[in-house]
Design a protein around this ligand. Structure first.
Ligand SMILES: Cc1ncc(COP(=O)(O)O)c(C=O)c1O
Length: 388
């Protein structure tokens, strides 16, 4: 089909042309005397995205899933208790990984559509007077349901309970797009990947750790090999990596960081919030609702619930085959019940309007009871009235 297939999935996201061009480089010697001139400033600038001065930012040739494993295995020992709330496929997978790593996982089930319940968390931490809970695993933005939790509130709960647990945050679909403040929120491990807010292909786990987490590596007994944090830190200290890095990805990351920092992180957050709100206005005009309950809506992904007599997979298939746009599917228990629109990464008003129009056409094709043009009109009105 002519024209570009636009990704409106919540990752991988569309890679800007300038980032693609920056990656189009000959292979180079990663042990050359000039390699540190590329790597070291990238790692320094990454800290500005995580909003940390005290922490350490690192990249591993892996994905966000490896970021979970890096955090757990480098700081904990088998049998250590970790606390997690399960409210979507990604918090589920993180919980499963912790179990596989022989951690003692305390999981609390939360209705899909909500996030971390701060009152419950504080209460549970206060009950843990012996401080058996060694880490709290927080999924900042649950990509499966389009739910954002309050990490500043999580920090407050830990502080109110005077609890020393490590705070690990999955920011795979929030960091570099939704407000994230590692130092202010006392985050000990922040986990992301290259293919979402960073607008790159998949292939890098992008993480940051506090000194407290790095100190925990001294006593942590979980087995680790490739993903050893100290090996990476020691090599990075000399300007290099412990094994062969993907140099084109580092060039791409350099360019992506330039774009994000040039726009300014507060503006990046504001852009995502605006694009998300325009999408939500369209959803409202269609008479449809989000999987996220009021107050939990994500600014990077909207999971839209279809009427019971419809199958969201039909909308996704028609949008792809007939209109050349990619939408996110409902995962596991949400399969067929929701489709997801990613409003994350290299997007603007007009790209979102293209998506909203495509979704509207696909829904009309499947007999949805919506007024033609209603979602587009609502989004246009919102974007026009709030444009800079
Ligand atoms: C919130 C969240 N956590 C973790 C992951 C896993 O990341 P990856 O697929 O890069 O391993 C994803 C992927 O979509 C995600 O959205």
């Amino acid at each position: 089909m002519a024209g570009r297939n636009h990704l409106f999935i919540p990752g991988p996201t569309n890679t800007p042309h300038s980032v693609l061009s920056a990656m189009h480089v000959p292979m180079e010697d990663h042990r050359s005397p000039i390699f540190p001139k590329l790597l070291t400033p990238v790692l320094e600038d990454l800290k500005k995205i995580f909003r940390t001065e005290k922490g350490r930012a690192l990249i591993f040739p892996a994905t966000g899933t490896a970021g979970w494993e890096i955090a757990l295995t480098n700081t904990l020992s088998p049998g250590d208790k970790v606390l997690i709330y399960r409210f979507g496929q990604f918090s589920h997978l993180w919980m499963e990984m912790a179990k596989r790593l022989d951690l003692d996982v305390e999981v609390h089930e939360i209705e899909w559509g909500k996030g971390i319940p701060l009152d419950h968390l504080e209460q549970r931490l206060k009950e843990d007077t012996n401080h058996e809970i060694k880490a709290f695993l927080a999924t900042h933005n649950e990509t499966a349901t389009g739910v954002t939790s309050d990490i500043a509130g999580v920090r407050k709960a830990l502080d109110n309970a005077n609890h020393p647990a490590l705070l690990f945050v999955d920011g795979v679909s929030s960091i570099a797009s939704i407000e994230f403040r590692m130092d202010d929120w006392g985050v000990d491990g922040a986990i992301s990947g290259s293919q979402k807010g960073f607008m790159l292909p998949a292939g890098l786990a992008i993480v940051a750790f506090s000194q407290k987490a790095i100190d925990a590596t001294e006593t942590a007994q979980c087995k680790r090999g490739f993903l050893d944090l100290k090996d990476m830190i020691n090599a990075n200290d000399t300007g290099y990596t412990p094994y062969t890095p993907s140099t084109p990805m580092i060039h791409g990351l350099r360019k992506a960081l330039d774009l994000l920092l040039e726009e300014g992180m507060d503006n990046v957050y504001a852009r995502h919030a605006r694009l998300a709100e325009g999408t939500r206005q369209a959803i409202k005009a269609w008479g449809l609702s989000l999987c996220a309950q009021p107050g939990w809506e994500s600014d990077t992904v909207s999971a839209i619930v279809v009427p019971e007599d419809k199958d969201a997979r039909d909308v996704i298939a028609t949008a792809f085959h007939k209109y050349n746009i990619s939408l996110g599917a409902g995962l596991t228990e949400l399969a067929g019940k929701v489709f997801r629109i990613g409003h994350i990464g290299d997007m603007n008003d007009v790209s979102m309007l293209g998506c909203i129009a495509g979704v509207e056409m696909a829904m009309l094709d499947h007999g949805f009871d919506i007024k033609p043009g209603s979602g587009v009109a609502a989004a246009i009105e919102y974007y026009r009235s709030t444009a800079a």
